[in-house]
Design a protein around this ligand. Structure first.
Ligand code: GLC
Ligand code: GLC
Length: 639
């Protein structure tokens, strides 16, 4: 069968599934199948066998058709709205917040009480950390899911989730939730069936009888949790074999070369979509495909699988967007927005991806007080694929890994290894003169790797010097908000909360200091006392969100140009040329005032420079220099 014939037969098949719908509604679905079947089939080329491809395509269209038929009316309306405004997530008014539901609001129902806080901050996008039912005991912050169809019982149930998405949407907030798709908990029904000896489910996992194959893989596999989960395979007595466990021993990697796994997850995504979830975060997506002799990350098949999943979701629920969680090196990032293999997947995989490189460079600039490496690294990035949008962030719920490219480092006269070591020392507070108060996560003596945990305020030295720390926290967020994309603030950072000193006291958390930077936000924190550090950061961030929303040039479709010539080394300059006018963001990453020549701005077309953040014109001294205050930022327009 040709691709075209196959696409046509899928449409006929879909029609047969939807006879109970009105002709209009059936027609709308069939148009989507016609539109997205080619994407689906291209993605399914990941499977070698033609009969497997055909069967899987049919099963996926079946999943989509059933979800479509069950989709509530208000969500059909949402689909229609989004299809009329496909670039909605690129709007400068997008401003995100991420939190654990229980740590921020107690439970799902409690979110309503926190909605005013989110509104004050200017939030239009909320990422709730894993909320599906995890295994009992330690579950990696919910990233070991036992049942994808149930909500974590202490947070509420599916009805509560549905109510939350509706409540949020009423306030102009889109909900993003995690889809943990690289692995399931050892207690998940699939893993339980595999353990009970069911061969069908054993095939959902990578299981090996002895160490031969695992040893061969491990020769090139980096370790994610060398401290508390060394190695990437775990012997399981019930399986009588070694199962692939990239993360913890009780997180079993799924075998995505088995098409049944793809069909299962398509069904899970459609289910979340029908609960009103608008953005699905593809957790640890880089790890989905394994290839001997590689790091088993960023393999091309990952993008094919995501494309197939995406095409299926688009048939059922076109409002839903995908966000790739791929915390990878700078050169590998754009692939997740479709930019691999000559852009073959542009517009067909994830809409959003984490700008891990920008995050790392923000911390590097603050520690060194200079911008040369950041300029070089950011300028060296390939252009963002069209339609792709970055999640820009200062830090997240995970540790910070120093993804500094060796070539970028060498270009500015340092070594990658030396600079990474410096950053770990600095943020662990071990380097002379450091104000930072972070914790070392997963030191790996074999590689010298030392990742860092800490809240933004603690990494910025809130204990050593609150005034400077507030300025640094605000500056860091100003850089990421001015870069483009969707800036996301991690819970607690908007209130300058320090590391949770009691993180290790919670059962199951004692070995994982990422809990130090997942502090609880309680009623005592809200609203913060006027003039406090919390109040200043919250006020600063909400001002930032509002200024940003007023600038069409902050639309995410525009990549900023990182300025180089003529700027002081302590200043990061981001130029955005847009039909609405040019904006130049200037950010002083040092503790001293830094000069900016107004002639430079005039050359860029800003003859009467005006700072929209401080709402004041820039004034020059006798030498034609304007002085950017310590850790200050100006977003300059011509006025
Ligand atoms: C992602 C999550 C992280 C988790 C890992 C394994 O990277 O962000 O918290 O440990 O996946 O699921
Ligand atoms: C994910 C991320 C990695 C992080 C880890 C655990 O694998 O890719 O950067 O360190 O989760 O937090």
């Amino acid at each position: 069968m040709t691709g075209q014939d196959l696409a046509a037969s899928l449409t006929t098949y879909a029609a047969s599934l939807l006879t109970a719908l009105t002709p209009e509604r059936r027609e709308a679905f069939l148009l989507r199948v016609e539109r997205w079947a080619p994407d689906l089939l291209e993605g399914l080329a990941v499977f070698d066998d033609e009969a497997v491809r055909r069967g899987t395509a049919e099963r996926l269209v079946g999943v989509a058709a059933r979800a479509y038929a069950a989709r509530p009316d208000d969500l059909h309306t949402l689909d229609a709205r989004r299809l009329l405004r496909p670039g909605w997530v690129q709007d400068p008014g997008m401003f995100g917040y991420a939190c654990y539901t229980d740590r921020f609001a107690g439970d799902l129902a409690g979110l309503e009480r926190r909605a005013d806080h989110l509104e004050r901050l200017g939030v239009s996008y909320l990422h709730l950390m894993p909320l599906l039912e995890p295994r009992e005991g330690d579950n990696d912050g919910g990233y070991a899911v036992k049942d994808y169809r149930r909500v974590r019982p202490d947070l509420g149930d599916r009805d509560d989730l549905r109510a939350v998405t509706t409540m949020l949407r009423g306030r102009g907030i889109s909900l993003c939730v995690d889809l943990v798709l690289n692995h399931v908990a050892r207690e998940h029904a699939w893993a339980a069936a595999a353990r009970a000896g069911d061969p069908e489910y054993r095939d959902y996992f990578h299981v090996f009888d002895d160490r031969t194959v695992p040893d061969a893989y491990e020769a090139t596999l980096p370790e994610v949790f060398p401290d508390f989960a060394p190695g990437s395979f775990t012997f399981d007595d019930e399986l009588a074999g070694w199962v692939w466990t990239t993360f913890n021993a009780w997180q079993w990697d799924l075998d995505w070369s088995n098409p049944a796994v793809l069909v299962e997850f398509a069904d899970v995504v459609c289910d979340l979509a029908n609960l009103g979830v608008e953005v699905v975060r593809l957790d640890a997506v880089a790890f989905l495909w394994k290839r001997m002799g590689t790091s088993c990350q960023n393999q091309p098949e990952v993008h094919q699988l995501v494309q197939a999943l995406r095409a299926t979701t688009r048939m059922a629920a076109p409002a839903v967007l995908f966000k790739a969680e791929a915390i990878v090196g700078p050169r590998d990032l754009v692939a997740y927005l479709g930019g691999s293999e000559g852009g073959r997947h542009v517009g067909r995989v994830s809409d959003l991806a984490y700008h891990n490189s920008l995050m790392v460079q923000v911390w590097s600039m603050l520690a060194t007080g200079e911008t040369r490496l950041a300029r070089h690294a950011l300028r060296a990035l390939p252009p963002t694929p069209p339609g792709g949008t970055w999640i820009t962030y200062v830090r997240c719920h995970d540790d910070i890994g120093w993804a500094v490219d060796d070539g970028d480092a060498a270009a500015v006269g340092v070594t990658g290894e030396g600079h990474r070591r410096f950053l770990s020392d600095w943020y662990a507070g071990e380097f002379a003169g450091s104000w930072a108060d972070g914790l070392v996560f997963q030191a790996n003596p074999a590689t010298g790797d030392r990742r860092i945990s800490g809240t933004a305020a603690s990494l910025c030295g809130i204990d050593a010097d609150p005034g400077a720390a507030v300025a640094r926290v605000l500056l860091a967020h100003t850089i990421v908000a001015g870069y483009g994309g969707v800036p996301v603030v991690w819970s607690g950072d908007e209130l300058a909360l320090p590391n949770d000193q009691h993180w290790a006291e919670e059962p199951g958390h004692e070995a994982d200091n990422r809990w130090a930077h997942r502090p609880r936000v309680t009623d005592d924190h809200l609203p913060p006392a006027p003039g406090s550090a919390a109040d200043r950061v919250l006020g600063g961030l909400s001002h930032l969100a509002r200024v940003r929303a007023s600038l069409p040039s902050l639309h995410a479709s525009l990549d900023p140009e990182v300025l180089d010539d003529g700027l002081d080394d302590g200043v990061l300059g981001l130029l955005r040329r847009h039909w609405s006018g040019t904006v130049v963001g200037l950010h002083n990453v040092t503790a001293a005032p830094r000069p900016v020549a107004l002639s430079l701005l005039a050359d860029l077309g800003l003859a009467t420079p005006y700072d929209v953040l401080g709402e004041a014109p820039l004034t020059a001294d006798a030498d034609g220099l304007a002085w950017l205050p310590p850790y200050g930022a100006w977003w300059v327009v011509d006025r």
